[in-house]
Ligand binder design. Structure first.
Ligand code: SIN
Length: 275
């Protein structure tokens, strides 16, 4: 265990529901095992990490992502994408065609790739261009939201599974996947709610009305300000988050402004564990 003096980075908690700033590190300069271990430990504790004023090219972002696991190679075609591990999120158009995904509107709360049998674990997002207002990203601490539930609700949720589907049909696997509503983190055994308004379609074994009501109540609880932290982006920001105990949403911005982000994503070899 490193003491504060030998920590290769300064970790400053956001003071909000989750999140911490990493200071005193140039992430483009590469990493050694001491830095990697410090970042993994900080991520486990804070669920979301951000570093300002980073100057990362694509190979450096892919290399950095490897601290947390093997980066996914994306299959979706993006002509401006320099490396197959980099996925562009942008509203910018070239010759009338968007160069990246997700446009300018609000993307409701979700945990990345939860519609896959083996969803992503850690996501990394690097800001190249950001709008002058709006376009922030909010994360929900789904572990704290679970812990704050009353005992009856926790008992009711244990053993339940939910179906996850992407709203764009072609992005889904052929068979809908089910995941536990309460998910256990394999590294620390902490439990988190694992449902989201964007990607969860229904809870298995409940009537449609019951499932809708339960999910509505859970989302209202999870989206309470005490569980949510907002990141206001600046160019050069790098944010890393763990999708297992969190969900996130991108806020809308004026479509005449430009936003360009580069995302890398760690592929998960395991299925979510029931809590
Ligand atoms: C996402 O939903 O993964 C994108 C987040 C963002 O663009 O801020």
């Amino acid at each position: 265990m490193l003491d504060a003096e030998s920590m290769p980075v300064e970790v400053v908690a956001s003071g909000g529901a989750l999140g911490a700033e990493i200071r005193g590190v140039d992430l483009a300069a590469g990493w050694d095992e001491a830095l990697a271990a410090a970042l993994r430990r900080a991520l486990q504790g804070h669920m979301v990490l951000f570093a300002r004023d980073q100057n990362l090219d694509e190979p450096a972002q892919v290399h950095l992502t490897k601290i947390f696991g093997e980066p996914v190679e994306h299959v979706r075609r993006q002509p401006d994408r320099p490396l197959k591990e980099i996925f562009l999120i942008s509203n910018i158009r070239r010759d009338g065609e968007p160069i990246g995904a997700l446009g300018h509107g609000t993307i409701p709360f979700h945990s990345d790739l939860s519609y896959m049998e083996r969803p992503g674990t850690v996501s990394v997002l690097y800001a190249v261009e950001v709008p002058s207002a709006g376009g922030g990203t909010q994360w929900c601490n789904c572990h704290a939201a679970y812990e704050a539930l009353d005992e009856d609700t926790r008992q009711r949720l244990h053993g339940l599974e939910a179906v996850h589907r992407h709203p764009v049909p072609e992005q889904n696997p052929p068979e809908p996947v089910q995941h536990p509503v309460v998910r256990l983190h394999p590294a620390d055994g902490r439990r988190s709610l694992y449902v989201s308004p964007h990607l969860t379609s229904h809870i298995v074994g409940l009537s449609e009305a019951e499932s809708r009501r339960l999910l509505k109540d859970l989302y209202a609880h999870m989206e309470e300000p005490r569980f949510v932290w907002t990141h206001a982006w600046r160019p050069g920001d790098l944010v890393v988050w763990d999708n297992r105990p969190t969900m996130h949403r991108r806020l809308a911005f004026d479509p005449v402004e430009r936003r360009l982000m580069k995302r890398t994503q760690v592929f998960n070899a395991e299925r979510p564990l029931a809590g």
